[in-house]
Design a binder for this molecule. Sequence first.
Ligand SMILES: [Zn+2]
Length: 304
Amino acid sequence: MDAQRTLRRQISCVGIGLHSGNKVHLSLKPAHADFGIRFRRTDLGGHDVPATVQHLAGIQLATGLACNDVSVETVEHLLAALTSFGIDNLLVELSSPEVPIMDGSAAPFIYLIQEAGVKRLAAPRKYLKIVRPIAISRGDKRIALYPSDHFKVTYSISYDHPLLRHQSRTLRITEESFAEQVAPARTFTFLKDVEMLRQNGLALGGSLDNAIVLGETGVLNNALRYEDEFVRHKILDAVGDLALVGYPVIGHLVAHRAGHALHTEFAAKILEESHAWRLVESPFEPVTAPMGLPVKGIAHRLAN
Ligand SMILES: [Zn+2]
């Protein structure tokens, strides 16, 4: 049995909101077992906003949540860091609607988690283990989950841009692999889109300090952190959006040209397709798919 986790102590930081450009205080506070991850607006009071698909709100440029009149935005990089470190229970306090963008990656949140330390709670964790494939596609955008004994992500992207014609990466997500290979990858945007965002009052806090900006032939920033930083950031986003399922997922996520809208639509579909998963207390607990087909048989057929 794996124990549920929270942080050992409270930890805080200050940053700016990507879209508002306003300063925001973020505090991560330990919580008891089965609390889940919830956001609280210290500037508003009122209801907490649980980090689950039931509370999805805006999903255009980033992932937002709302509960009654309380909303929080740009939650995905923080959720990716928390879920990859197995933090099941946490109160996230914000002094304004947006989670601070920091450097556009999840690395600063990993630093906060490591500084606070992880505490195990006296309650078993439940995993959502995929036993039958689930998939959706919208045009050439696709996302699917297949049975696996680990949480793995395969992501591929292709854009009409010389640096981004095609990038693909598969990674088994662990604390170590996420911290070293995914968390530092920054969000990216195209210079031609920045002006349009600004005209709409968005990305007012955006700069070369918190995003990779792509010009027509290259990046405006001095250097990339990885040659394929773009697809690594898509993995980061997918891990964060999938956290809205509310349980750590055990399965192989395969996504092609997806984005927040498809990730979050897929997270909701997973919960609806309850015949395709089981709640288990160990990722390695043997589970049989319906109709007596062993899980490996299905995975094998899919792979061929
Ligand atoms: Zn992102």
